[in-house]
Design a protein around this ligand. Structure first.
Ligand SMILES: *Cc1c(COP(=O)(O)O)cnc(C)c1O
Length: 471
């Protein structure tokens, strides 16, 4: 086996070249699907190839097919980049190649996760007795939290779901707002609860669920096993449910309260924004992400559960060939995975390098820049603000200048201008349907977004609007 040193030096150069190019590179793709397939779709290699050559070729072949969300001009979805310490720790995570399933297999990784858990609870203002799991993303955080919820609400009804499964169990209902993220439904499908368990309640004009409709639904079946699902930062406008108003209602009916806080839960870290998460700590479980607002590389989500016993009952796994620790935390008892990446290192490094203040600045900075983009764009002709960011999410709509233009015309114009901005490579946005109207989402979630990136983005929007191809 040859030394891997030259290969890794060369790879470092590739990585650094990519990172330094981000400032000016097109944000969107510059190749077609066909081109990517043609470049990458070689026949299965029969014989070994020089690893350095494989990597050189890979770097060449993916060029133009990488989206620049690691940089500062990506606003299409809540994705975010990677802060340098987290990226560096992630490189080392692959190098160390630890199997972070158990303390005995990867002791340092297990302890790092213990510390990450403690730090996260403190940062997010959640009960310090809560249990947690570092999972692949918010999707799996939902699955983990809702598995604990399923266990707890059925235990109350004398049903051991881990032993008996769901066949014949009392039916669980899940009450939530209709602006919920798609990952909720998928988590419920995976858990065997199915779509039909969901009762969607309409949210008000601020995107919030209200106590009266919630209470009405709960009172209709006051004794049914129930999970109430609240939102901390909805995907279009970043709205937060009124926890002090809703959680006591859910409690009265013995419901488990789960919070989808993929990015919004991080508002708790910013003194300017923490009023939004007031009372959220009264919930039973919370799902959030590291790879969004904390700017940790993929895959990284966090499941947090106030009821440790329910969490443990739903996940714990013992086998006689495993070496459980009597004193350390074995991740396999809290995580849905078995063998797994030691993803705690990147989280640990991100939090250690930013500190509480750095995280607060990252969060408030993104909110500030989202606001700046939306306001500056609204001074351009035909640009309508649909949602002014109170957090890091804004919505813009581009109005068709022709006389008697209809909403459909504005929808089309919004799609067209967004596509034109994306094609310019100067910034990347995406469209969403909000209250029946097509809007361009402005999601700011990356540490690299700064005043320069904002100015350049606003110029790109102006250029797209001024382009002669527009009528
Ligand atoms: C992104 C997002 C999710 C899903 O998170 P993943 O990390 O992609 O699994 C869930 N809910 C909300 C509100 C989100 O923004």
């Amino acid at each position: 086996m040859q030394s891997s040193t030259p290969l890794l030096h060369q790879t470092t150069e590739h990585a650094l070249a990519y990172l330094s190019g981000l400032r000016d590179a097109p944000v969107g793709t510059t190749v077609t699907l066909e081109q990517l397939r043609e470049r990458l779709g070689r026949p299965l290699p029969a014989t070994p190839h020089d690893p350095a050559e494989v990597i050189r070729q890979l770097v060449k072949d993916v060029d133009g097919g990488l989206i620049g969300n690691a940089g500062g001009r990506f606003f299409a979805w809540v994705i975010g980049g990677s802060v340098p310490a987290a990226l560096a720790a992630d490189w080392l995570t692959s190098t160390w190649d630890q199997n972070a399933g158990m303390y005995a297999v990867a002791p340092a990784a297990a302890v790092v996760e213990e510390v990450c858990g403690r730090w996260l609870l403190e940062l997010l203002g959640l009960p310090n007795t809560a249990s947690f799991a570092l999972v692949t993303g918010c999707q799996m955080a939902h699955v983990t939290c809702l598995a604990a919820a399923r266990n707890a609400v059925l235990t109350k009804h004398g049903w051991d779901v881990e032993q008996r499964g769901l066949c014949g169990a009392p039916r669980i209902r899940v009450v939530t707002g209709d602006q919920r993220h798609g990952t909720i439904e998928r988590a419920l499908r995976i858990l065997g609860l199915g779509r039909d368990c969901i009762i969607d309640l309409p949210v008000d004009q601020h995107g919030q669920l209200r106590a009266a409709p919630l209470e009405k639904v709960l009172a209709a079946e006051p004794n049914a096993p129930t999970i109430v699902l609240l939102q901390a930062g909805d995907l279009n406008t970043g709205s937060f449910d009124p926890y002090p108003e809703l959680i006591p209602v859910a409690r009265r009916y013995g419901a488990w309260v789960h919070v989808d806080g993929a990015f919004g839960l991080w508002a708790a870290t910013s003194p300017e924004h923490q009023r939004f998460t007031l009372g959220v700590e009264q919930a039973d479980s919370w799902a959030t992400d590291g790879h969004k607002w904390l700017n940790v590389p993929y895959d990284c989500g966090y499941a947090i559960v106030a009821n440790r016993e329910a969490h443990y009952r739903s996940m714990a796994h013992h086998a006689n060939y495993l070496s459980h620790s009597a004193v350390a935390r074995d991740q396999v008892d809290w995580n849905p995975e078995y063998s797994r990446r030691a993803r705690g290192f990147a989280t640990y490094a991100a939090i250690a390098s930013l500190g509480r203040d750095g995280i607060a600045n990252l969060v408030s900075g993104c909110c500030h820049y989202a606001h700046a983009i939306v306001l500056a764009a609204s001074n351009l002709p035909g640009v309508e603000i649909k949602h002014v960011p109170h957090l890091n999410q804004g919505l813009l709509r581009f109005r068709d200048p022709k006389p008697n233009a209809t909403e459909q015309d504005h929808d089309r114009r919004t799609e067209e201008i967004t596509a034109r901005i994306v094609a310019s490579g100067e910034a990347m946005f995406a469209c969403t349907t909000w209250r029946g109207l097509r809007c361009m989402r402005v999601s700011v979630c990356g540490w690299q977004t700064d005043a320069t990136a904002v100015a350049r983005t606003v110029l790109a929007i102006a250029a797209a609007l001024a382009s002669p191809a527009n009528r």
